[in-house]
Design a protein around this ligand. Structure first.
Ligand SMILES: *Cc1c(COP(=O)(O)O)cnc(C)c1O
Length: 477
């Protein structure tokens, strides 16, 4: 499979090339040059496969530069019951006797759905770097879930170091304890005196120094990574088969959305032939996606216009993976996509209302909705009372908006993107009790913490990276 850029550049290479690439040289995102599809009989053949075998079947058509046995082995190691604390990996639970279902994606090491793709990234990075004789230094910024998922995925990986910036004192107590209790020679937690945007700007500033970036092989694991999107498509198949529907019958999915990576993976599954009807994009108060699907205008917000909400992992002003969606809607037209993103880059709205593309958007099955802090509290309380199920604030956004679009007789699968234990305070506000946490996280707030506090200063950050890398080299045999 060859990969191309959403902005028109051809020949980005194969899977393992785009795996390590970040943005394409023309600023676009990597996409496969075509999307392989499963016919009805082939789909039937996937029913009943256990998770890692299903992952192989779904991902293999996009990955032809890793030998079959190695890829299968990697997927077995990634999607192992010991890692995801369930034989099903992503169990599907019916809510009462309704047509609503919860797809549990958050039983992995960091208690959020990002583990599902990130754990695969850890294995495939190590494999490809080993094969190429290279090393990678991941530099990232996190406001919570991405950082912990990345660090748990890269634990003990010999060819990867992680330098993760977070805003000092601003993550939830649980998130801080989860990240900072990690004491591993290849993981470096750095807290910055500032807010999340300051952290992100620091990462950008270091990346803008091309010489530094090349010399110290600086890379990323952000949500535009194609391997993350691809790995996420698998659980849509898994959920669909778990519903046990007659052949060809459709199911709807509702997805708490921020950077549009999760729900785009659902669209990929749909384009591959999985009978998905609606893809419900649930937003919180930061509703740029809801606005697009209800008006046809995509109007990104500046960082200062992004509100801090009680579903913080969805607090975005622009949705990085959205470019991939519009590229496909435009019929894989890189010239059109480039023209749109010239507008986005210039902070001008992209208006699809009077174009044929808007019909294509409406035909794609996407619908959107938004919710507020009060909606979240009410939904958490209601799910607890009606279904006996405690959910986290992000999942509540998805459940609420999913219910609005539910159709009689069509299952609505709501994606559980984090466990309630991760967002204790909001859940407690809703139901007046503290959500249970998995035993392995009991008392983590009392563990010693390992992190470095740093000024908001790119020169200091670079010096820190260099010092740590030199120390690592000296320690190596
Ligand atoms: C990252 C995250 C989201 C948003 O997912 P996207 O792929 O960015 O749309 C939603 N909920 C939780 C808990 C998350 O960590």
């Amino acid at each position: 499979m060859k990969y191309v850029s959403t902005r028109g550049l051809r020949d980005l290479g194969g899977f393992s090339d785009v795996l390590l690439m970040g943005l394409a040289p023309d600023g676009g995102l990597a996409m496969p040059e075509r999307i392989p599809t499963f016919g009805p009989d082939e789909l039937e053949g996937l029913r009943g496969l256990e998770y890692s075998a299903l992952a192989y079947a779904v991902m293999r058509p996009f990955i032809d530069d890793i030998p079959e046995a190695d890829l299968r082995q990697m997927l077995r190691a990634t999607y192992h019951p010991d890692v995801f604390h369930s034989a099903e990996i992503t169990p599907l639970v019916r809510l009462g006797d309704s047509d609503l279902y919860l797809l549990e994606l958050s039983n992995g090491p960091s208690l959020a759905f990002k583990d599902i793709a990130m754990q695969f990234l850890g294995h495939v990075f190590e494999y490809v770097l080993e094969w190429r004789g290279e090393h990678l230094n991941i530099l990232g910024a996190t406001s919570g879930d991405t950082g912990s998922a990345a660090e748990y995925a890269m634990l003990g990986k010999a060819r990867v170091n992680v330098f993760m910036l977070s805003p000092h004192g601003r993550m939830s107590a649980f998130q801080q304890a989860q990240m900072f209790s990690i004491d591993e020679p290849n993981i470096f937690n750095i807290t910055v005196d500032g807010v999340f945007d300051d952290c992100q700007d620091l990462v950008k500033e270091v990346n803008a120094d091309a010489e530094f970036k090349a010399r110290y092989t600086i890379g990323a694991v952000n949500s535009i990574n194609w391997a993350r999107v691809l790995a996420q498509a698998v659980y849509y198949f898994k959920a669909y088969f778990a519903l046990n529907l007659p052949t060809g019958q459709t199911a709807d999915f509702s997805v708490p959305s921020g950077n549009f990576g999760n729900v785009f993976a659902g669209y990929l599954a749909k384009r591959m032939g999985l009978p998905i009807g609606q893809l419900v994009v649930a937003s919180n108060e930061n509703d740029v996606l809801h606005e697009f699907f209800s008006t046809g205008v995509y109007h990104v917000r500046r960082a200062a216009q992004v509100a801090q909400t009680s579903s913080p992992s969805m607090d975005i002003g622009k949705a990085s993976n959205f470019e991939r969606y519009l590229y496909l809607v435009a019929g894989a037209d890189g010239v059109q996509t480039r023209a749109w993103w010239d507008e986005v880059g210039g902070s001008r709205p992209v208006d699809l209302r009077d174009s044929g593309h808007w019909d294509a958007v409406k035909a794609s099955g996407f619908v959107g909705g938004r919710s507020s802090h009060q909606d979240r509290l009410d939904t958490i309380r209601r799910a607890d009372g009606e279904f006996g199920r405690l959910i986290d604030p992000h999942t509540a956004d998805g459940l609420l908006v999913g219910e609005r679009y539910a159709r009689p007789g069509v299952p609505m699968v709501c994606l559980e993107t984090a466990l309630p234990a991760k967002f204790e305070r909001t859940v407690e506000e809703a139901v007046n009790r503290i959500p249970p946490r998995p035993e392995r996280f009991e008392g983590i707030e009392k563990l010693p913490r390992y992190f470095t506090v740093m000024d908001n200063d790119a020169a200091a950050l670079k010096a820190f990276v260099v010092k740590k890398l030199e120390a690592t080299l000296k320690a190596a045999p």
